[in-house]
Design a binder for this molecule. Structure first.
Ligand SMILES: Cc1ncc(COP(=O)(O)O)c(C=O)c1O
Length: 411
């Protein structure tokens, strides 16, 4: 029995009715991007049809309505992750932009040659490349937390790694392995060394009830599109005093209080970091996605995913005991629903192409985690990932489609 009523939930997602190659879609790529419920589509449609106008500028009715809806969305996002106030939520384009914002503002204002940043081997490129760019520019040292054999962070040398570090930047949930990292002890360790903690929360927030204050983190970045919201909008949460101190990111309209020929002063937070016309309808869609996830109940979402991941791990291991290698923890209490695997020596891209004939959508490739792929010693994996609209029948379809692929590729 599942904690979620998946049959009812599926009816909220028009795309899941779609057929490909004469078969109904089995969507197992939500770790990449989730599908959108009617509530989100309707909220955005309603904005464009009834009260769309630019925000924070107009004094006419629909501009005020659009501004109120945009700011209401910020309050919803703040509540969803346990922010102390909505002024701690900066709307961004996505999780990647949120991490870059920290790299280009806080880090460039505070880090000097010889300072260190600690990352882990399981980071997405979004939490690697901005730091490589900074390291090359500033002579900052990057240090790496390795992994244990059971795909957890290997923390035995953490104190040494944090010695002289200014920032620890880690993912709360790996998009490849599914591993969930226990954030609070990492925050405590970072703070004991006077370093700040940035959490890549992109895979975590959509799947597990999140409380950034209980984490005692300093920054957390995430995207709407992975939690049933639209693409083009994400959020950076940061402690207010940090946002106050940080220099602005992009310059332009809206982020200023005053502009003169000889300079400018910045707007209050969070608007100081929101230059130009923001994705207004997308922010409103993000707020609707928060409402939708809240209506399902995040504990129920997590419970459902743990059960379904258990079912999938067992079904795959039972059906393909010899031919399938899964990369990620077996214990569902420390992992999410992204399941990466190698199958019978068949290239991941070939598998996903054959699965597409059965309308099974999975991801193949390096999943924007090339350092991790190198640690695993594989060029690519196939990744199936489950969400609120998936059930055991979807896993069964995947298993049967894999069996077909195996037949196809076995001479
Ligand atoms: C762990 C993790 N971090 C960051 C990102 C980047 O997210 P976005 O592409 O929405 O910026 C992703 C996307 O897959 C991710 O899985």
């Amino acid at each position: 029995m599942s904690a979620l009523d998946v049959a009812t939930i599926r009816r909220d997602f028009p795309l899941l009715e779609r057929e490909v190659n004469g078969k109904r879609i089995t969507y197992l790529d939500s770790a990449s991007s989730a599908q959108k419920p009617l509530a989100v589509l309707d909220a955005m449609d309603h904005c464009y049809r009834h009260y769309y106008a630019n925000i924070h500028r107009g004094v006419y009715t629909i501009a005020e309505e659009a501004t109120a809806a945009y700011e209401a969305a910020r309050r919803k996002v703040a509540g969803f992750v346990g922010a102390a106030s909505e002024s701690e939520i900066v709307f961004t384009r996505n999780a990647t932009e949120g991490i870059n914002l920290v790299a280009y503002t806080w880090a460039r204002a505070n880090l000097r040659a010889g300072d260190a940043i600690v990352l882990s081997h399981m980071e997405h490129h979004a939490n690697v490349v901005p730091w490589h760019i900074l390291a090359a520019e500033r002579g900052v040292e990057l240090r790496w937390i390795p992994m244990t054999d059971d795909y957890q962070l290997d923390l035995k040398d953490l104190d040494q790694l944090l010695d002289g570090a200014r920032l620890l930047a880690v993912t709360a949930m790996s998009n490849v392995l599914g591993t969930i990292n226990d954030i609070r002890p990492l925050a405590d360790a970072a703070h004991a060394h006077d370093a700040l903690l940035l959490v890549d929360a992109c895979q975590y927030v959509p799947h597990v009830a999140t409380d950034v204050q209980a984490w005692d983190a300093d920054f957390a970045s995430f995207s709407a599109h992975k939690m049933c919201g639209p693409s083009g909008i994400g959020a950076l949460w940061a402690r207010r005093e940090l946002l106050e101190e940080m220099p602005p990111f992009l310059g332009g309209g809206e982020m200023i209080r005053d502009v003169r020929l000889d300079g400018f002063s910045t707007n209050d937070v969070p608007w100081k970091f929101e230059a130009g016309t923001m994705p207004i309808a997308e922010a409103i869609g993000f707020g609707a996605a928060v409402d939708y996830m809240t209506s399902l109940g995040m504990p129920a979402v997590r419970d459902h995913e743990m059960r379904l991941t258990r079912y999938a791990l067992d079904a795959l291991a039972e059906r393909f005991p010899e031919s399938l290698t899964i990369y990620g923890p077996r214990d569902t209490s420390v992992r999410g629903g992204a399941i990466s695997f190698l199958f019978d020596g068949i290239h991941a891209h070939d598998i996903s192409q054959v699965l597409d004939e059965d309308a099974v959508c999975v991801r193949a490739g390096h999943h924007c985690a090339k350092p991790l792929m190198r640690q695993l010693g594989v060029p690519a994996t196939t990744r199936a990932s489950v969400y609120v609209y998936n059930d055991e029948a979807d896993v069964d379809v995947l298993v049967e489609a894999l069996a077909k692929a195996q037949k196809f590729f076995t001479p």
